[in-house]
Write a new protein. Structure first.
Lengths: 164, 514
């Protein structure tokens, strides 16, 4: 089975072939032998290439958090179109980084914007959050209205076309 | 004969029977623990957004006080007092934040014939007004930054600024805790700063008055904890070094400060006692100073008339339980120890664990704590406001927990903190744990050489781990397979994925928590 994840704006693709005791994982052209030694409730122990590893895992929708060796990694599983389009899609769609209220819409549909231009001002916890264009583009869609409450990850603006 | 009102204080103090905690999160939990230790019945309050949260579960009684908006719940004096009356509480502890430094609230509590666990309202009022406090401190011989408090219209401020010189800080007279202030590097920036801070001050504090202060580009934030009873004894519990800040809010605190020598420590402690004494302070409080590292000059910044987030640092190095003493002092108990008996033993460090994204301007984060693991080593203390499964909302301060370590010396304390942070795991939301690990790994931190702008200067480009270990990917994929299997309707009508599940072949261990 193939698994695509994004982490820090990069895509990672893993193939997992389950076996009787040992599973084969292939990643970046290399094969790894994987055994599940034990675990419960999000804490478990694996053996990868003969080395034992303790891991903590939690999952919510397509988001998954893995704790390994003192650090936590937040991944997002890419499925279907998202996996095909890759992170370019993520760059075109601007989402709310946290729940809040739309204080001001600074652009209109069809407007050309430059990298860094403020598109939307959000207010959350008495702070002003600027949603800026990641690159030069045209505003394709504005998905929210002024004063509206938004959830974390809710789509705010969609851009059209990659800038140079 | 004149009735001696003071003689009432000579009666043996009556312990508090039950306490209303006008707060939430980790500080409410902390106060509940102190109540248990003292045999006090604890009454928690909560907004609808906090229904079922940890502090409501731990308290002996929990009362809903309104909707999520703080103005209609944790900041609503009427509702808090009504909850106190309904629960039969004898006293009110405000914690920190919300109404903790609101003298009107303290007065209202006392007017309702309840004990106020804090300083006299008049002392809170005086210290809460930046302009008045500056003037009083000057009078009491406490060094203050060169500054201006007077007519605060634009032209008057501009004229005063020219006299003071740049850079300077435009501050809200009613502000505090780093809120409502802005730096002006030159006269061109001054007008913007005045307008901005005034707007913010009106919004945050309902009071648009401004003062000016000289801005020290390189300074350390060092504060002195004080503790005073109602019988005239006022002691200091040494310093806390709080220079590691982001967005003008502290994230790491330690004691002793790596900067202070005995002379400077003694001078600052004396100034703190003079400051507290000048307002007739009782109960726990903190006098904050800015210190210029090169000259050792220090200046009064403000007094926090409440318990501080970072109070555990002082508790572990002195062995004095500040929150317990807040309650005992409020009940009228005298402090049984003398200044000379208060010792700084070893070295303590606290790290604040926040639900925030350090790679995106420390934006507060919300989410569910699906998995929580806290360090349980010796000499590591964790004050947490959340438990596994809890939802962290975006309505309030995103502080999740505090990790506090105590060791013989600073290098050992830093090592212990590194280990403790590696074992502090919150899965389900973005936290600053990795950021704290990387911050404490900086050479300047090991050397003890940092100021309040260290994080801005050295950590601004921080964006977290860039490399993804292959093991993480494997674990994620394995967890995914298990979830698929767990969600299939019945074992008999297994989906194809089930047959390939690595768990089917093995011991059937569950991961990911279904």
């Amino acid at each position: 089975m193939n698994f695509d994840y994004s982490f820090q704006r990069r895509i990672y693709s893993l193939d997992l072939h389950p076996g009787a005791g040992e599973h084969k994982a292939s990643f970046a052209g290399r094969q790894h032998g994987v055994r599940v030694l034990g675990g419960e409730a999000g804490e478990f122990e694996l053996e990868i290439d003969g080395r034992s590893v303790q891991v903590l895992v939690a999952k919510e929708g397509r988001r998954i958090w893995v704790h390994l060796d003192g650090r936590t990694y937040a991944l997002e599983r890419l499925v279907g179109d998202a996996a095909q389009a890759g992170l370019a899609g993520g760059e075109r769609v601007l989402r709310a980084p946290m729940p809040g209220q739309v204080r001001r819409l600074a652009v209109q549909v069809g407007q050309a914007v430059n990298a860094g231009d403020v598109l939307v001002l959000l207010e959350a916890m008495k702070m002003e959050i600027r949603i800026q264009a990641p690159h030069a583009a045209k505003v394709a869609r504005i998905a929210v209205s002024q004063g509206q409450s938004v959830e974390r990850e809710q789509i705010l603006v969609e851009l059209d076309g990659e800038g140079a | 004969m004149v009735l001696d009102i003071k003689s009432h204080l000579m009666l043996p103090p009556k312990p508090i029977s039950s306490l209303l905690i006008a707060n939430r999160g980790e500080i409410a939990v902390r106060i509940i623990h102190a109540c248990r230790e003292l045999g006090i019945r604890s009454v928690a309050v909560y907004s609808q957004a906090d229904a079922g949260s940890l502090h409501t579960r731990l308290a002996d009684e929990a009362i809903e006080i309104g909707p999520a908006e703080a103005s209609q719940s944790y900041l609503n004096i009427e509702r808090l007092l009504s909850a106190a009356q309904r629960s039969g509480a004898a006293a009110v502890h405000p914690g920190y934040g919300f109404l903790a430094e609101n003298a009107d609230f303290a007065e209202a509590v006392q007017a309702a014939r309840l004990l106020w666990v804090g300083p006299p309202p008049a002392a809170m009022g005086t210290m809460g007004d930046k302009a008045g406090a500056r003037a009083l401190m000057e009078e009491a011989g406490v060094p203050v930054l060169p500054g201006y408090q007077g007519k605060d219209d634009g032209p008057s401020l501009t004229k005063a600024a020219a006299g003071l010189g740049y850079p300077l800080l435009v501050k809200a007279a009613a502000g505090g805790g780093g809120m409502g202030q802005r730096v002006a590097q030159n006269v061109a920036e001054l007008a913007d700063a005045i307008e901005g801070v005034r707007r913010e001050a009106k919004q945050l504090f309902g009071d648009g008055r401004l003062i000016l202060e000289k801005y020290l580009p390189s300074a350390r934030h060092i504060e002195i904890q004080v503790l005073g009873d109602q019988h005239g004894k006022l002691l200091h519990l040494f310093e806390r070094e709080c220079s590691l800040q982001r967005r003008r809010q502290k994230i790491v605190e330690e004691s002793p400060s790596p900067l202070l020598d005995t002379n400077l420590r003694t001078a600052m402690a004396a100034a703190a006692l003079a400051a507290a004494g000048a307002v007739g302070y009782t109960n726990a409080g903190t006098v904050e100073f800015l210190v210029e590292p090169e000259t050792g000059e220090f200046y009064f910044l403000e007094m926090n008339t409440r318990v501080q987030v970072e109070h555990p640092v002082t508790e572990v190095i002195t062995g004095i339980d500040i929150v317990q003493w807040q309650l005992r002092i409020a009940a009228g108990e005298p402090l049984p120890f003398e200044q000379a008996e208060v010792r700084q033993s070893g070295h303590a460090i606290e790290c604040r664990i926040y639900a925030e994204d350090p790679a995106a301007g420390f934006l507060p984060q919300a989410g569910r704590v699906h998995k929580l693991l806290l360090p349980a080593e010796k000499n590591v203390r964790v004050d947490s406001g959340v438990a596994e499964g809890d939802l962290v909302s975006s309505f309030y301060d995103p502080l999740l927990a505090k990790v506090i370590v105590h060791a013989n010396d600073r290098p050992s304390a830093l090592r212990l903190m590194h280990e403790a942070l590696r074992r502090t795991v919150f899965l389900g939301l973005t936290t600053n744990i990795e950021f704290l690990q990387d911050l404490l790994s900086q050479d300047e931190i090991s050397a003890g050489q940092y100021d309040t702008r260290f994080v801005d200067r050295h950590m601004a480009a921080w964006s977290g781990d860039q490399e993804l270990p292959m093991q993480v990917l494997v674990a994620a994929a394995l967890a995914e397979l298990n979830m698929t299997a767990a969600q299939s309707p019945s074992p008999d009508s297994a989906e194809p994925e089930d047959l390939f599940s690595p768990w089917a072949a093995g011991t059937g261990f569950r991961i990911g928590g279904a």
